[in-house]
Design a protein around this ligand. Structure first.
Ligand SMILES: [Zn+2]
Length: 301
């Protein structure tokens, strides 16, 4: 949904992170693959356990969730594809067809701001009615059961909140596209409000309060990562005893650093993703299957 201006903060590939060349946050962790921590026990500890089939994956995941006290999910685009929201970064995705509008251009030009909003409204017409999928509902069930203290997401579609998470417990690394804010005074504006004015004048409106520019509450290419969200994500990852990486290829840094931060702090790591990730070899469980199929048994009825 309207990733028309979402950041792809690629600083280093995850392979670089694992070898300690990937970035500046936290100590390098060159030996994570051999980092078998005592005290967790159980099959697959310290080495990847790639589920041979869906049933095995679900049953192992159930054991891990039952044994855990603080499950922290980390979600990427893969959890929302069954909701009809495409993964814009995938091959053939929108970024291979349309150049994203960078933050500097948005600031510099009324035309860029108009184009940014034009794209956003087009997205709204296509994906605005998206509803939470099975993965969202399963995680919301675990949250309501008290298993999940908070969730970290790369998605901007607001579907975790719609599925039942309190907004305060959703850490959005790339912001949220379902509302807008003034870049100067931070006042919140709803999309309908912006659209009404855009339709009337053909131009993106400025903040009536301070004349600042109004932009979707997303993190654009060229815009710095939100410090508060980064800090909260780090804290959540380190406080978890089970970290679930779901629907993310885990190649985008710094977001991809969180599974390793959790692992370093002693958590187990489960990866649920249709395709292999660079972190599969350090995970305690890997399930390569449809996310909705893997998580639907965890929906509370
Ligand atoms: Zn303002």
């Amino acid at each position: 949904m309207a990733e028309s201006d979402v950041a792809r903060e690629t600083v280093g590939r995850s392979k670089d992170i694992k070898s300690g060349r990937g970035g500046s946050a936290g100590p390098a962790c060159p030996t994570i693959a051999g980092d078998t921590r005592a005290g967790h026990g159980g099959a697959g500890e310290g080495s990847a356990m790639i589920a041979s089939d869906l049933e095995t994956g679900i049953s192992r995941l159930r054991e891990m969730i039952e044994a855990a006290e603080a499950v922290v999910p980390f979600t990427g685009a893969g959890i929302s594809t069954e909701c009809g929201i495409p993964d814009f970064r995938s091959p053939g995705g929108i970024w291979t067809k349309m150049r994203p509008i960078e933050f500097g251009d948005f600031l510099a030009s009324q035309e860029a701001r108009d184009e940014s909003w034009r794209r956003r409204f087009a997205m709204e017409d296509q994906f605005g009615g998206a509803k939470p999928g099975r993965g969202h509902r399963a995680l919301a069930s675990l949250y309501k059961a008290g298993k999940v203290p908070g969730i970290i997401t790369q998605n901007i579609d607001n579907l975790h909140q719609v599925s039942g998470f309190s907004a305060i417990d959703v850490v959005e690394l790339h912001g949220n596209t379902t509302y807008a804010t003034c870049l100067d005074c931070a006042k919140r504006y709803e999309l309908a409000w912006v659209r009404e004015r855009f339709t009337a004048s053909g131009r993106s409106p400025d903040c009536p309060q301070c004349s600042g520019y109004i932009k979707t509450a997303t993190v654009s290419f060229g815009q710095s990562m939100p410090e508060d969200a980064m800090r909260r994500a780090q804290e959540l990852a380190e406080s978890s005893d089970l970290f679930l990486a779901i629907g993310s290829s885990l190649v985008v840094w710094p977001a991809a650093g969180f599974p390793l931060a959790a692992k370093r702090a002693g958590a187990r790591l489960a990866i649920i993703n249709r395709d292999a990730t660079d972190f599969d070899d350090v995970a305690d469980l890997v399930v390569h299957d449809d996310i909705g199929a893997v998580l639907s048994p965890f929906i509370a009825h």
